[in-house]
Write a protein that binds this ligand. Structure first.
Ligand SMILES: [Zn+2]
Length: 410
């Protein structure tokens, strides 16, 4: 029976002496360290140790099970090394020194935190925000995660990175970095600032950097030069979804500008967003009505569709010819928004075309951001970006994997 309890509570390395249930929904399991568990002197490494002073029994939070909190009642003695006379606190299996909880409790709380808010975990597990936050910081580190992932990258022949910013709060952004072909999160950086990106780049050896053959990003990325300098063999690809989104944004701006200039509603926002092949007959009728009133709107719509059509090209040269023609037409347009689109596409022309050399997209990275939004919504916002990034990583990766990164030795 007592052995069953040991397995159930995951406290191998201990012996159960007694159990006691209190009225306040607590189960207290008094345990003693098994004889075989030897302490080593932290000073000289000697195994010849003796007891210096008996410790007092203390309760350590261990687990939460059906409304009940399970505590381990345990004592930690002061020991003395017989060789160098150093006095030190006894090591106990799976309870860190000075900690009021066991490793199992940390694991359980973080496991809940992966799917729930700080508040929720705090209430269920009876753990304060600060303690939970400390556990999160101790066990989830964006750069530690990266080191584990770098090991994986070093085994690859070719590496394809995806970089994408996502809003944390207002204008503050965090930067998600993935391997787009493996479809794996590498890390989330707490800002889009150059210092953080440089810190990331430093973790990649020159050998790994040379294996990077492609980097997918969008047109807002400010670190183009830094990326080119660090990945000499990579082509930088502007994600095709963002190119279309950019054309779409200008199209909608033409519509809203017309709306306010002419003081009339042009209620075809949804229809303009649709792909041409998905339009119904009634969509088309509705759009044609406004297109005949506003030829510039029609022009902008055609431009958006032509940007989409670029991606039907099968060969690099075909795409190059098409984009050259499109850009020169856009730049000659009388419509400011289209001129602007033409300028943006000129600026990123080579990177847009690079897609036809290296067909990578940031779709996987964007997909992660959808999950991040859910995590953010459940948690009612975050004040601290470092906490936010760690909570995201905890929510995005399998928890067992993260735990193994910090606890592979135990
Ligand atoms: Zn010693």
């Amino acid at each position: 029976m007592k052995n069953n309890i040991l397995n159930f509570l995951e406290i191998q390395g201990y012996k159960v002496e007694s159990t006691e249930e209190t009225k306040k929904q607590k189960l207290i399991v008094k345990v003693r360290k098994k004889k075989g568990y030897k302490n080593k002197c932290p000073g000289c490494g000697s195994l010849k140790i003796s007891c210096h002073a008996k410790g007092n029994y203390r309760l350590k939070k261990h687990s939460h099970f059906q409304e009940k909190l399970i505590y381990l009642k345990i004592k930690r003695d002061r020991l003395v090394c017989l060789k160098c006379r150093k006095v030190f606190s006894e090591e106990l299996p799976s309870i860190k020194k000075y900690s009021r909880v066991s490793d199992n409790f940390v694991k359980q709380s973080l496991g809940y935190l992966a799917k729930n808010s700080f508040n929720e975990v705090g209430t269920v597990n009876k753990i304060g925000y600060q303690a939970l936050k400390n556990s999160l910081y101790d066990n989830v580190d964006p750069f530690k995660l990266l080191d584990e992932k770098v090991k994986r990258l070093s085994e690859l022949e070719e590496i394809y990175l995806g970089l994408d910013g996502q809003s944390f709060r207002g204008l503050d952004m965090v930067l998600t970095i993935t391997e787009v072909k493996l479809r794996e999160l590498l890390t989330i950086l707490p800002s889009e600032h150059q210092v953080d990106l440089e810190r990331f780049l430093k973790r990649l050896s020159p050998e790994i950097r040379a294996k990077v053959k492609g980097v997918a990003m969008d047109m807002t990325n400010k670190h183009y030069r830094l990326l080119v300098a660090n990945f000499p063999k990579a082509v930088i690809v502007i994600d095709h979804y963002h190119v279309v989104a950019c054309a779409l944004m200008h199209l909608q701006k033409v519509r809203t500008t017309l709306q306010s200039a002419r003081r009339m509603a042009i209620p075809i926002k949804k229809e303009l967003n649709k792909n041409r092949e998905d339009l119904t007959e009634s969509d088309k009728d509705k759009m044609n009505k406004y297109f005949s009133l506003f030829p510039e709107l029609f022009e902008a719509y055609l431009a958006k569709e032509r940007v989409r059509l670029l991606y039907r090209a099968t060969k690099y040269n075909e795409a190059k010819e098409k984009i050259g023609l499109l850009i020169s037409e856009l730049r000659n347009s009388k419509e400011d928004e289209l001129k602007e689109l033409g300028r943006t596409m000129t600026h990123w022309k080579q990177e847009i075309l690079n897609y036809f050399k290296c067909r990578i997209t940031n779709a996987y990275t964007e997909g992660l951001h959808t999950k991040c939004k859910l995590i953010k919504r459940k948690s009612f916002g975050f004040k601290n970006v470092e906490t936010y990034v760690r909570k995201l990583i905890l929510g995005l990766l399998p928890f067992a994997l993260l735990w193994s990164y910090t606890h592979f030795s135990t």
